[in-house]
Design a protein around this ligand. Structure first.
Ligand code: MLT
Length: 402
């Protein structure tokens, strides 16, 4: 189903102050108009009144990033970031369409009320419309630990949970989820990334791991093979500290066991400042050259573009949360020698500069019995740079694990 995700609105002179800047009251009304426009193009502007309810605004938070002027066309993007029984939260962004400058981001919390002003359920039709659009056709939404996560579950058999890195989403596992028949493949967007809820606060490795444990509970999965890329690996280490008994085998991909150095921690804070000032596009733009193997711009421009768009779509709150979580994560080197009884595959792209092969080798040496695989021609993202080789290595590992 095609849904309008973006609404273009023009700034008029009567909406601007004496200096020609779009004024605050007009910002609010443009955000509101974009929401109604989106409904008009989707389930209809009367989607609430048809259900005898009204969405009353309870809270508004707006971050102003740059000025807008008469004649600017602003592109508004709308997403449902939380859906409760009677309330919902919408996150909206406004960008100048001519140069993609982030102008403002806003979060609106609504409560659906009846004529007497009492809260009543969010209309099913509205929730379904926004959720389908938000989660994508292949995903379902599951609410765990107070956040709604977009999750794809495919196939039957022993469960394998794929955990993506930063600032990415579950779609990096597309080939593996499509191809590993005979297994129950589960790929979720972490909180704050992809199409999952992006709360302003509440990020940490323990929190991500807790979300995944709760997700497995919700899916009725007791024992699982964990496969994590980069930050996904950091989360797996935390999962092991708490729920080791649930883990059947491990795949650690382009990740490292060490905590951040002092310099690395400073770089996390600098990246968070960049996210606040320049939005996800600025952070993604700085990271992009290190994500894929050198030469990818020439060899695989569509892949470069796909990763750029994935990073730029990450909510800023999720980025800042993940950066703090990575900065504060524990060193997991001491955990490695204790994993003797867990079949482990350590896989790394030969040309990864973010979590290089030396880090993978160190990890594999410290985990008794671990198998190390280096994927030629891949950088930090083997599952999408060399999908069939990566999937084949995982398949072979799973076959041996049994
Ligand atoms: C990731 O891909 O998850 C990040 O590169 C991890 C990191 O920055 O440490």
């Amino acid at each position: 189903m095609a849904h309008p995700t973006e609404i273009d609105l023009t700034v008029y002179p009567d909406e601007c102050d004496a200096f020609g800047h779009l004024n605050q009251a007009s910002f609010l009304s443009l955000f509101e108009r974009a929401r109604w426009e989106m409904l008009a193009r989707g389930p209809g502007m009367d989607v609430f009144t048809r259900a005898s309810t009204w969405p009353a605004v309870r809270k508004t938070v707006i971050d102003y990033h740059a000025a807008a002027f008469p004649g600017d066309v602003l592109r508004f993007h709308q997403a449902l970031t939380h859906r409760g029984r009677t309330s919902f939260t919408m996150r909206q962004t406004a960008r100048r369409s001519s140069d993609d400058t982030l102008i403002a981001t806003a979060e609106f919390v609504f409560v659906c009320i009846n004529r007497e002003g009492r809260p009543i359920p969010v209309p099913e039709e509205f929730g379904a419309y926004m959720s389908v659009r938000a989660a994508g056709d292949d995903a379902q939404r599951l609410t765990v630990n107070g956040v709604s996560l977009a999750v794809e579950v495919r196939g039957e058999g022993p469960a394998i949970l794929f955990v993506h890195g930063y600032p990415l989403d579950r779609t990096i596992w597309r080939d593996q989820v499509d191809s590993l028949e005979g297994y129950r493949r589960i790929a979720a967007d972490l909180r704050g990334m992809g199409q999952s809820d992006a709360p302003d606060l509440g990020y940490g490795m323990g929190i991500y791991a807790g979300d995944l444990a709760a997700l497995l509970d919700a899916l009725g999965v007791n024992e699982v093979v964990l496969c994590g890329l980069s930050m996904g690996g950091y989360i797996i280490f935390e999962f092991l500290r708490r729920w080791r008994h649930r883990v059947r085998a491990l795949i650690l991909m382009d990740t490292r066991a060490e905590a951040d150095s002092t310099e690395g921690r400073r770089a996390r804070d600098a990246a968070a400042a960049t996210a606040r000032d320049g939005g996800a596009t600025a952070v993604g733009g700085a990271m992009l050259p290190k994500m894929l193997a050198p030469g990818s711009e020439v060899r695989a421009p569509e892949l470069v573009d796909r990763v750029r768009r994935m990073m730029a779509a990450t909510p800023v709150a999720g980025m800042i949360g993940a950066l703090a979580a990575m900065r504060d994560r524990h060193d997991s080197t001491g955990l490695l020698p204790t994993l003797a009884d867990l079949p482990t595959l350590v896989l790394v792209g030969e040309e990864d500069v973010l979590a290089p092969p030396e880090a993978a080798r160190r990890m594999a040496m410290l985990i008794p019995g671990a198998r190390l695989v280096v994927i030629p021609g891949a950088g930090h993202l083997p599952p999408i740079e060399r999908p069939s080789e990566t999937t084949a290595e995982i398949r072979e590992f799973l076959r041996v694990v049994g």
